[in-house]
Design a binder for this molecule. Structure first.
Ligand code: ATP
Ligand code: PRP
Length: 550
């Protein structure tokens, strides 16, 4: 029998062979050529360092770092990215060198996540640049410009760079006197364009209405530069937010002056982790890859952690993601053509199907055939250039994440369970129900603090987040695929985590709601790239659906 531990690579790690390896080196060498032409000097930090180095810079990556100990018992970690190591080496090794420093790198970074896809791997290659010692819009525009030039040089044809400014959000958070926890929670919800959750959180916070409106509008403020002007027009912005928006405008104008405007879009709602970003941030997107192909931003306080306070900005490109985007150029071309012509909407089969179809029907789409008892899976409205696909509810987030569908209609339960990286743009106001812990009446009052308990659920991720994450109870989670109510009845589990709508299923099986986890309803979700590349159509559709909901 074959020993897979000997013949296979661990999950998320892969051999790169033949043409793929060729392509990888071509990309790296093209990138290095561009960097060198702009005066960037190659540096190579070690593959692993003291864990404290990375932890000081990126606490949010702490959990996903590969950690181990040296013979002296000191904790080490494989680098989760290059920026931290380069900041450390520049802070400690560059004294006496003329500023600004222009440094570049190529190599592997590591992430200990459950990663299987080409887009999210445990070992992945990055090429990138860091421009250290200059705080100016010119410097930020330089790194974005070089990222664009690199993408062009490796052969990318259609891509978009979104630029944002985290200091705008931080200025608002300071004005609202939010605690670090509240700031991070709000930041995450804005970054996910999760309008419903933003509103829910703002309802619990006490702040002037102008600030509330500014936060609420953040996720809608993307597109042309006019969104920065709109944000600037808002009354009583503090100096930090104002300067941030002015800085974003300056960067945009510099890039415009270099003829790069066609690639640039502004997104004020883009506020990824604030571990070290202090100003401009950017992410690059293309068709067929549901994740950014490059990203970067300004980090003016990171170097200070290593003993030398210098402003800095940088950009990193994900080589595997570029390979995936370039790999099958023909397929990409076909996909581009198809997505140029049609917007694809994935609707969930089952309980949400009828109401989802109805919304599009009310908006005048030709969806009559979907209501018939057909076995067809794709329905086309030729006039409006929309395609509708009917898929299993739990697959909707996958279709949308990968860009096989631009838009999806799906329950919040499925979204939470999928953990996918999508824009959640609208609560559709139907499919109301709740996620709850349920069980026999005798379990009431007996859940608190218990660790020896079995929880059956079709939603193991939600159950785990609730029990392990929120309540700190390390209960056993048992995954079932349906008829979950049977669990406590046949002794498989003490309780269940499941959807409760009318409560009829629970009642008929002698069970009751013990704890409510969260309210649920149908949501409209949008692929991150479609939101950028088909902005007008998508925004127009969102507006029309909103109109229908009123
Ligand atoms: N796990 C991964 N697998 C493959 N490529 C990755 C991975 N993580 C990051 N990259 C690539 O490296 C680039 C820079 O990574 P970095 O960690 O600096 O940015 P990030 O925006 O935090 O990444 P992500 O959005 O993937 O979490 C990303 O834009 C992406 O292209
Ligand atoms: O409160 P109620 O109105 O009774 O609805 C709740 C039931 O509906 C869902 O099951 P679904 O019909 O999706 O089938 P499943 O049991 O196979 O998951 C859910 O898992 C509950 O069993």
């Amino acid at each position: 029998m074959r020993n897979e531990k000997v013949t296979h690579t661990p999950k998320g790690l892969t051999d790169i062979l033949w043409e793929e390896c060729e392509l990888k080196y071509q990309i790296e060498s093209a990138a290095r050529g561009v960097f060198a032409a702009h005066g960037y000097k190659m540096v190579q930090p070690p593959t692993f360092e003291y864990y404290d180095v990375y932890h000081a810079a990126t606490p949010n990556k702490a959990e996903s770092m590969f950690k181990f100990f040296d013979v002296d018992g000191r904790m080490l970690a494989l680098r989760p990215d290059f920026t931290t190591s380069i900041a450390r080496l520049a802070a400690t090794k560059s004294v006496g060198q003329q500023l600004p420093l222009r440094l570049c790198y190529a190599g592997s970074a590591f992430q200990n996540d459950e990663a299987f896809s080409q887009a999210r791997q445990r070992e992945f290659s990055q090429v990138g640049i860091e421009l250290i010692g200059e705080n100016s819009a010119e410097a930020d525009a330089e790194v974005i410009g070089i990222a664009i030039e690199t993408l062009q040089k490796v052969g990318m044809r259609r891509f978009q760079i979104d630029i944002g400014q985290v200091a705008y959000f931080m200025g608002l958070a300071e004005q609202a006197a939010l605690s670090p926890e509240q700031t991070d929670c709000l930041r995450e919800r804005i970054n996910d364009k999760d309008f419903v959750a933003i509103e829910q959180l703002l309802d619990t916070l006490d702040m002037p209405n102008t600030l509330r409106q500014a936060f609420l509008k953040m996720p809608t403020r993307f597109g042309s530069l006019s969104v920065a002007d709109e944000a600037l027009a808002q009354e009583s912005l503090n100096e930090k937010s104002k300067l941030a928006l002015e800085n974003l405008k300056q960067i945009y104008h510099i890039l415009q002056g270099r003829g790069l405007e066609e690639y640039i879009s502004v997104d004020l709602g883009m506020v990824p982790h604030l571990d070290y970003y202090t100003g401009m941030i950017f992410k690059g997107f293309t068709y067929g890859i549901g994740f950014p192909i490059c990203s970067g931003g300004r980090y003016d306080t990171l170097m200070g952690k290593f003993g030398r306070n210098l402003p800095a900005t940088g950009a990193a490109l994900g080589v595997e993601r570029l390979m995936a985007a370039l790999h099958d150029d023909k397929a990409a071309e076909t996909a581009e053509k198809a997505s140029d012509e049609y917007i694809t909407v994935a609707l969930a089969k089952g309980r949400l199907a009828e109401l989802s179809i109805e919304i599009f029907e009310r908006l005048g789409f030709d969806v009559a055939e979907m209501k018939t008892k057909t076995r067809k899976l794709i329905f086309t409205d030729e006039k409006r250039k929309f395609k509708f696909i009917l898929v299993k509810a739990s697959d909707v987030p996958t279709y949308v994440e990968y860009g096989a569908a631009d838009i999806g209609v799906v329950g919040k339960d499925t979204l939470l369970e999928s953990g996918k990286d999508l824009y959640e743009v609208l609560d559709l106001g139907f499919g109301f129900c709740k996620m709850a812990v349920a069980g026999p009446a005798q379990m009431r009052g007996r859940l608190e603090g218990r660790n020896i308990m079995r929880v059956a659920s079709k939603y193991p991720r939600i159950a785990r987040d609730y029990f392990h994450g929120i309540k700190g109870q390390t209960v056993d989670i048992i995954k079932l695929n349906g008829s979950v109510e049977l669990g406590p009845l046949v002794g498989l589990s003490e309780v269940i985590v499941d959807i409760v709508e009318s409560g009829k299923t629970l009642k008929e099986n002698g069970l009751e709601v013990l704890e409510e986890i969260c309210p649920l309803s149908a949501r409209l979700v949008v692929n991150r790239v479609s939101m950028k590349l088909h902005r007008e159509t998508v925004v127009d559709l969102i507006g029309k659906i909103k109109g229908e909901l009123k």
